[in-house]
Write a protein that binds this ligand. Structure first.
Ligand code: M6R
Length: 615
């Protein structure tokens, strides 16, 4: 959580910092702040509780002296509430050094005690201020920010990306990272730092990802990267293939609305160049090809929406590739003694590629001999770099906190992986493979058809804005969609929502049904010979008999649901495994519209941040 941006160069820094923070605000929006070395060579700091707008309105009302060196921060509070005092930057004791931080310094209490014993005082409740005071103390002895960092980082436990500048070193910003992300943006006569490339993509498309336990010093015309001991580290610049405009709202009412509208492209772009002559081609997996072919088990690790994508991956990998698959929440995985071995392939899924729980789970699995493969959306992401192989989704930047287009792109990538394994392991014949690829190829157009139902769903949502509880039911691949529908409604509209496997109803949850209870049911196609359609229709009848108000998501032409459903949302015909890629969209739109009808901030729901970079 928390977004970080740094700048040194030849133009006024404030605009660069605020622009970067605007693009990083999805990472946290409890408070925002900037520190600059102004034209007079003085450190100036401005910070406010609340969203970035609170700060920018104040800076517009009372303009400040700008400079060409600065750092900026948007916060998701961990230590200390979201107040002006706890907002970053924090200052060293002489007021000449400013620090911003993403992560948690776990031993900050002990360090603070030591510093208080030496006579230092603190203005905030944050762990970050401890790092600022330590850096200030070491700067006084070394007279150099990079050297001061080298002395301090070894004393910090936990996760941190820290950026600092000092009034006596204009034109220099220094950063360090452990277990939290940091990327350099390479410019002409200027350089940038950011939590991710979104921070500076409008200024440069060349970037360098900073590795674990490294310190970076940027000047207008040079960058220097070392390890924590000061040994030089070779850097590997990469090109950012995101269009900067993709990170703007582009006329939509919210990023979420825009991102839902981009789902057909997210699926098409994730497939692009990866299907040829009836085969899936994934050259990025060549390095782990033999392990994939011989794997005796796949273990999928992810959190939240990405974990629901993983559940769908299980159905596809087991059916098409015949390999046993387990799906686990990353944060539950490494705190027991999971059995993994050299023939276990761990597939992690993460839009941001920075989720701390997933990153730590991947490291844990790798240390125990598993081969790790990550599915990420953000280029240069830590999880991708910490894995043996990475399969990128090409959904483009996802800014809204609620994940939408990344989800369909993740499922697409998993299905490509499953079909690739199916041919490597000779588990599908040519016709079966071709049929599945044809269905996959037809999805973008079918998604466009689903998007045409948006107004109908908006109407439905408006009529339900006073609803206090909504249930979601599904079976087989409809089950993860029920879970995802409930998650979306909880996080966006703050409504109690639960997803159930429909078969589980009679084992307890049916007791929740009372007259008027709204229940979404994801109905499978009746055309499939193994279809669970009759069973789901029976489930609908059971809850309908107890007064539930049913909203069915069913394929076009399914008339069997009509007598029992109060509302029916239609999706185009496709094969069973592909239905979730279509049925999830109405649920995303519903949650968004219900939140909007309640006057809530759809892009930045309360208490949340997009990248969960602390455990
Ligand atoms: O960046 P990741 O995909 O690793 O994030 C995982 C979850 O935090 C994320 O999907 C979260 O559940 C979303 N807010 C759901 O909309």
């Amino acid at each position: 959580m928390c977004g970080i941006v740094g700048y040194v160069g030849n133009r006024p820094s404030l605009g660069v910092l605020i622009g970067g923070l605007r693009r990083l605000e999805y990472r946290g929006y409890d408070s925002a702040g900037v520190a600059m070395i102004d034209a007079g060579g003085r450190l100036s700091t401005h910070k406010r509780a609340g969203k970035l707008n609170v700060l920018t309105e104040e800076l517009t009302a009372s303009p400040i002296a700008d400079g060409t060196t600065g750092i900026g921060h948007t916060r998701w509070a961990t230590h200390g509430g979201p107040t002006d005092r706890n907002a970053h930057p924090h200052l060293g004791d002489d007021g000449k050094l400013a620090v911003i931080h993403n992560g948690i310094i776990e031993n900050f209490s002990a360090l603070k005690e030591e510093l208080v014993g030496e006579g230092f005082t603190f203005a905030s409740e944050t762990d970050t201020e401890v790092a600022a005071v330590l850096l200030g103390r070491e700067y006084r002895e070394t007279g150099d920010l990079t050297l001061a960092f080298r002395r301090v980082v070894g004393r910090l436990h936990g996760a941190f990306t820290l950026l600092a500048l000092h009034e006596d070193q204009p034109g220099v910003v220094v950063g360090a990272r452990r277990n939290s992300p940091l990327v350099i943006g390479l410019g002409e006569g200027e350089n940038f730092l950011g939590s991710d490339v979104a921070a500076f993509v409008e200024h440069t498309r060349r970037a360098v990802a900073i590795g674990q336990d490294q310190i970076v010093t940027i000047r207008p015309d040079a960058i220097e990267v070392t390890d924590f001991e000061g040994n030089a580290v070779e850097t590997h610049p990469f090109e950012i293939d995101w269009n900067p405009a993709a990170a703007d709202k582009g006329g939509w009412s919210s990023f979420m609305a825009k991102e839902i509208s981009e789902e057909p492209d997210a699926v098409a772009n994730t497939m692009r160049g990866r299907i040829a002559d009836g085969q899936v081609s994934l050259p990025e997996l060549d390095g782990v090809g033999s392990v994939l072919a011989d794997a005796d088990r796949v273990l999928i690790l992810a959190c939240g929406t990405a974990a629901y994508a993983g559940m769908l991956g299980k159905y596809a990998l087991e059916k098409w590739a015949g390999v046993p698959v387990d799906v686990e929440l990353s944060h539950e995985f490494r705190y027991r003694e999971p059995v993994i071995g050299p023939r276990t392939v761990v597939v992690s899924i993460s839009q941001s590629g920075e989720t701390m729980d997933t990153l730590m789970a991947v490291k844990y699995a790798r240390e125990r001999g598993a081969t790790t493969l990550s599915i990420c959306n953000t280029q240069g992401a830590t999880i991708a770099r910490e894995s043996d192989a990475a399969l990128y989704t090409h959904a483009g930047p996802e800014v809204a906190v609620a994940s939408t287009k990344a989800f369909v792109a993740q499922v697409t990538a998993l299905y490509l992986l499953a079909l690739h394994l199916a041919s490597v392991r000779s588990h599908l014949d040519e016709t079966q493979l071709r049929d599945a690829l044809d269905e996959l190829g037809a999805l973008p157009d079918k998604l466009r058809t689903v998007l045409e139902t948006a107004e109908e769903i908006q109407e439905l949502a408006r009529g339900m804005s006073d609803t206090r509880s909504v249930l979601f039911l599904g079976r087989h691949v409809g089950y993860p969609i029920a879970l995802e529908g409930a998650l979306k409604l909880k996080e966006l509209a703050y409504i109690h929502a639960e997803g159930f496997a429909a078969g589980e109803l009679k084992h307890g949850p049916i007791a929740l049904i009372e007259p008027g209870q709204r229940v979404f049911v994801v109905v499978p196609s009746p055309r499939d010979s193994n279809s669970l359609h009759p069973k789901v229709v029976s489930n609908i009848q059971e809850i309908r008999a107890r007064g539930a108000h049913i909203i069915a998501i069913a394929e076009q032409g399914d008339v069997a649901v009509l007598p029992f459903a109060d509302d029916v949302i239609r999706i185009p015909l496709t094969a069973a495994l592909f239905e979730p890629l279509l049925s999830v969209v109405p649920l995303q739109i519903f949650a968004m519209e219900l939140a909007a009808a309640k006057g809530l901030d759809v892009d930045q729901p309360r208490n949340l941040a997009k990248s969960v970079t602390v455990e």
